[in-house]
Ligand binder design. Structure first.
Ligand SMILES: Nc1nc2c(ncn2[C@@H]2O[C@H](COP(=O)(O)OP(=O)(O)OP(=O)(O)O)[C@@H](O)[C@H]2O)c(=O)[nH]1
Ligand SMILES: [Mg+2]
Length: 254
């Protein structure tokens, strides 16, 4: 963690502008207030990027944007649907107000929020490596993204003390193969979707949810998907892993 802190401080020191990339599905959970404070202290401009905006409704996005705009200029991007990256490029050029040399942009954020994908979106090419498995970007990398814009891509930073595996599963920081309790994590994901919009689960798994009880919903999904053990009861582990994968791979929109 100490080396992460040093890395963040170093990127802030080198860059002209900082991007904080947050997942539009969890803007609050994937913000890093410590990083925001460090950027503020440096006096350098910050742009917040709400990434993966194809995975949330317009209303959810607008609410998040108006809240975050009070902290820093906020742009939403979907690297998948190639949306928002031109706007981001303009915003960078406008805010940097630097003439005659390249602008260096440090991209910071929680693991797996789409930092490298945003950079690729602005570059218009897949220059920075990406993966659905968190922790893909290992070290700091310099990526040229067209004329005048150079990014520093960084590995994701988990705020100090955040080691709750249920949260990490929900946020996609740890994939199913690295979780100790996939069933518990799947229930957390179910509860999160039910809190936002349970019809997403109903439509995706073709079930009807009568009771907001994650354990029962898991059971229902298992039954519907014919995910059963030899004796006929639901194979909870297998269905839990499928739910985690479906969620983390962005198959459900909330
Ligand atoms: N649906 C959707 N998925 C996205 C979007 N951007 C990134 N992803 C997916 O999110 C996962 C993580 O993307 P990365 O760009 O590797 O994220 P990162 O923040 O660089 O991740 P680390 O380097 O591991 O911290 C990949 O599976 C991407 O395909 C997006 O706009 N929409
Ligand atoms: Mg990356």
């Amino acid at each position: 963690m100490a080396s992460y802190k040093l890395m963040v401080k170093d990127v802030i020191k080198q860059a002209d502008i900082l991007l904080e990339v947050v997942d539009a599905r969890f803007p609050d959970e994937t913000r890093n207030l410590e990083v925001e404070r460090d950027v503020k202290r440096s006096g350098k401009p910050l742009i917040i990027v709400l990434s993966k905006c194809d995975l949330v409704s317009k209303e959810t996005l607008q609410k998040a944007k108006s809240r975050l705009s009070k902290v820093a200029p906020t742009v939403f991007v979907s690297s998948k649907e190639r949306y928002g990256t031109t706007m981001l490029r303009h915003k960078i050029l406008e805010i940097a107000d630097i003439q005659g040399r390249n602008i260096l942009i440090g991209s910071l954020g929680y693991p797996n929020t789409g930092k490298s994908s945003v950079i690729n979106g602005v570059a218009g090419k897949n220059k920075a490596g990406t993966s659905s498995i968190s922790g893909h970007t290992k070290g700091v990398q310099i990526v040229k993204a067209g004329s005048r814009i150079v990014f520093i891509d960084t590995p994701g930073v988990i705020p100090f003390g955040d080691n709750d595996e249920y949260r990490q599963g929900l946020l996609g920081v740890k994939d199913a193969t690295h979780l100790n309790d996939p069933i518990g994590v799947a229930m957390k994901i179910i509860a999160h979707i039910c809190d936002n919009n349970k019809s997403v689960l109903e439509e995706f798994y073709n079930i009807e949810i009568k009771e907001n009880n994650p354990e029962k919903v898991l059971e229902l999904i298992g039954l519907k998907g014919n995910c059963l053990k030899k004796g006929g009861e639901v194979d909870e582990m297998r269905i839990a892993i499928k739910i985690i994968n479906d969620w983390q791979r962005g198959k459900m929109l909330i």
